[in-house]
Structure formats: structure tokens, C-alpha cells
Unconditional design. Structure first.
Length: 182
């Protein structure tokens, strides 16, 4: 998902939409920071909500809900508003499936997946509502096609070891070992 977030940023810069680029970076970056902070708080200090099995926002759910609908919305920029919003709804449905898969595969609890999905959806919708009131970026179809090709290649690469990074940051900040994690 992160390569798709970078593709969105590149599309916005290339489309001369600096304000939207800034909004995207701030909103998406803020979402990533909230996910990381919630996980570091749990791993480093055991801060969570035991009664609902919450140890932090699901990063997979947040990223999919923020990126997929936004990606569809921007890729369909030349289309009508109704088509763009239908694509956003489709993207949110796909993000829902990814979030549910995290629960079924026992990577996250329902509260973690749902909160991550809600956070990502808020990022996406805040960005899209801002985009609706600003001039439309001028997208290069060749750049969009190249992005899709590169994203297919990126999907075959080894993922970034984010949990190891979270554990290391938590240990550094708290002075505790990462053993607090469930």
C-alpha cells in the first residue's frame, strides 16, 4: 500500500496540485503517526484497552481505507462526480474486505481493524472533500499507467518489517523490551 500512497503524491505534484499534495501528505502522514503511536504505546508501556482487545490501530486497515478509495478517486478524475464517488465507495468496500481479513487471519482484533478502517476512511474522506473544492489536477495518463505497472512490480517485493521498527522504537522510547506486546 505504501507505494500506492507515494504514487498518489507523485500524481499530485506532477498534476501541479501542490495544495492537494500537501493535504495528502499531512493527512496520510498524520494517520500513519497515529497508528505508530498507538502501537508504540502498547508495546512500550502496555497502553491499550483490554476490555475490547485493543492494542493499537490496524495499519493494514488504515492504509487500505486511506489509499484505495483515494487512488480510485484520483485515477478517475476526468470522469463525472458520480463516477468518482462510486469508485470511492468501491474502494471503501475493498478496504473493508482487507480489514475483515486481518481479523479472520488473527492479526488483529475487531476493535483494532475497525478503528484502523475508521481512521483511514477519515483520512480519505477529508482529502477527497478538500479535493472537491479545489481545481482539478492535470494528470498525465502515461504517468498513471506507469504507476499501475510499477505498483504491480512493487507488490512482489518483500514488505518493510514495520513490526520490528515499532518494537525498536518502543524499546528506545520506553526503555523496556518489546515483550509487552501480545
Amino acid at each position: 500500500m505504501l507505494p500506492a500512497a507515494v504514487a498518489i503524491a507523485i500524481w499530485l505534484i506532477a498534476g501541479d496540485a501542490r495544495r492537494l499534495f500537501l493535504y495528502w501528505c499531512l493527512l496520510f502522514g498524520g494517520g500513519l503517526i497515529l497508528v505508530a503511536a498507538s502501537k508504540i504505546a502498547f508495546v512500550g508501556w502496555g497502553i491499550g484497552i483490554q476490555s475490547i482487545d485493543f492494542t493499537g490501530f490496524s495499519g493494514h486497515a488504515m492504509r487500505s481505507a486511506a489509499i484505495i478509495p483515494t487512488f480510485f478517486y484520483l485515477a478517475l478524475q476526468p470522469r463525472t462526480r458520480a463516477v468518482r464517488w462510486a469508485a470511492v465507495l468501491l474502494g471503501l468496500c475493498l478496504a473493508t474486505l482487507i480489514s475483515v481479513s486481518r481479523v479472520f487471519l488473527h492479526f488483529h482484533s475487531v476493535s483494532e481493524a475497525l478503528s484502523g478502517w475508521l481512521l483511514g476512511s477519515a483520512v480519505c474522506l477529508a482529502f477527497i472533500l478538500s479535493a472537491e473544492s479545489l481545481p482539478k489536477p492535470g494528470f498525465n495518463r502515461i504517468l498513471i499507467a506507469a504507476s499501475f505497472a510499477l505498483l504491480l512490480v512493487a507488490s512482489c517485493t518483500k514488505p518493510i518489517p514495520t513490526q520490528r521498527l515499532i518494537d525498536g522504537a518502543a524499546q528506545l522510547l520506553s526503555g523496556h523490551s518489546a515483550a509487552v506486546r501480545k
